[in-house]
Design a protein around this ligand. Structure first.
Ligand SMILES: NC(=O)C1=CN([C@@H]2O[C@H](COP(=O)(O)OP(=O)(O)OC[C@H]3O[C@@H](n4cnc5c(N)ncnc54)[C@H](O)[C@@H]3O)[C@@H](O)[C@H]2O)C=CC1
Ligand SMILES: O=C(CO)COP(=O)(O)O
Length: 333
């Protein structure tokens, strides 16, 4: 089996390393030829994973045709909002035998589609040929070989098992799950909740506030997920609670870091700089998650507050007052 990872950011590079370590022949596509050259000559990604040695067997290319030629598994490691455009460009090089694995954790703003839906929409691939990989997987920790588990979501269980083998190493343990909706929504919503956690920490609040946001964020994720067709057990698993906790609590999270900057009173531009120009998916997905919730008639107050701070000029302090001023209600309905 030949795999290619399309996108040499921090997670794409890490996943390529995992695949090689798992014994799966893998190449990686980088948009910029100089990055591909740097990976091949120094066996390191100086832009996104400085100081972490990459396997010598990992070959980087910047030519799309060369990257996709003969690939059985195409791992998509570009940000959510650019995935459609990228797939459209790559379409002439994609074929009906390829299996797609989405790494992106977001919901498309223009269509409110999940990434697997975008892949199906552009490529025409049947759901059985589309998988997602999602879990508590901060790139730097996985790249350093720290133990972590993840979920491979695919409606075709046999294919999920085949991918599970392709991604399994001594430090990275994938579980299979046929609930793609749950895996994808868990991954997209946790980024929005991590922004909220970051904002609270940036203001100076402690662990009680953090635990409150994580727990009510989970309630929001479950409400939306179940309404959209997810299995609640997926949301209680690695791609739900697992990723929510990792992202909301880790200083390595770009979404949390972005939120901290906003909580400290920085502007959106300054917050962007705080994440070193890397993608903080929740900043855009807060709008599409909110829109999806509206379609399903579901209340998502934390997501709404994050959207108002990121896109409607609300201050973090006003957002907190708005959340705490909501009508009182029972915890479980
Ligand atoms: N970094 C992490 O710890 C994890 C990230 N993810 C998800 O993986 C996805 C990718 O994230 P990262 O690799 O971390 O992001 P990153 O910001 O480190 O890298 C993004 C990559 O996409 C490329 N890119 C950006 N815009 C592009 C465009 N228009 N066309 C083609 N390529 C483009 C960049 O050059 C870069 O190589 C995101 O959806 C993220 O939520 C998932 C799990 C862990
Ligand atoms: O998805 C992630 C961890 O599972 C990475 O989160 P950030 O994009 O916030 O860094």
């Amino acid at each position: 089996m030949q795999a290619v990872v399309m996108g040499a950011g921090s997670w794409g590079t890490t996943v390529a390393k995992v695949l090689v370590d798992a014994g799966t022949p893998t190449r990686i596509w980088a948009r910029r030829p100089e990055l591909a050259e740097a990976i091949n000559s120094s066996h390191e990604n100086p832009d996104y994973l400085k100081g972490i040695p990459l396997p010598e067997a990992l070959h980087a290319v910047s030519d799309v045709a060369e990257a996709l030629d003969g690939a059985d598994v195409v791992v998509l490691g570009v940000p959510s909002q650019s995935l459609r455009g990228n797939l459209e460009q790559w379409l002439p090089r994609l074929n009906d035998d390829m299996v797609f694995v989405s790494l992106a954790k977001g919901v498309e703003t223009s269509t409110v589609m999940r990434m697997s839906e975008v892949i199906a929409d552009v490529t025409g691939a049947a759901p059985e040929r589309i998988a997602v990989l999602s879990g508590p997987n901060l790139a730097k920790e996985v790249a350093a070989g720290q133990p972590a588990a993840t979920v491979i979501g695919c409606p075709d269980e046999q294919r999920a098992v085949m991918l599970q083998e392709a991604f399994s190493t001594s430090y990275f343990r994938p579980y299979t799950n046929t609930d793609v909706i749950g895996c994808e929504l868990g991954g997209a919503v946790k980024n929005v909740i991590a922004l909220a956690c970051g904002m609270a920490s940036g203001v100076g609040f402690g662990q009680n506030t953090l635990a409150t946001i994580i727990t009510r964020g989970l309630a929001e994720t479950i409400r939306l997920g179940v309404a959209a067709g997810a299995d609640v057990q997926t949301l209680a698993g690695l791609a739900g609670v697992g990723d929510l906790v990792a992202t909301c609590c880790s200083p390595l999270s770009r979404n949390r870091t972005f939120g901290v900057a906003l909580g400290e009173g920085k502007t959106l531009e300054e917050a962007q700089a705080a994440t070193n120009g890397q993608v903080a998916e929740g900043v855009k997905s807060c709008s599409s998650v909110r829109a999806l919730a509206e379609i399903h008639g579901v209340d998502v107050p934390l997501t709404d507050a994050v959207h108002q701070v990121c896109h409607e000029g609300m201050t973090v302090h006003d957002a907190i007052a708005m959340l705490l001023g909501r009508p009182r209600k029972p915890e479980i309905r």
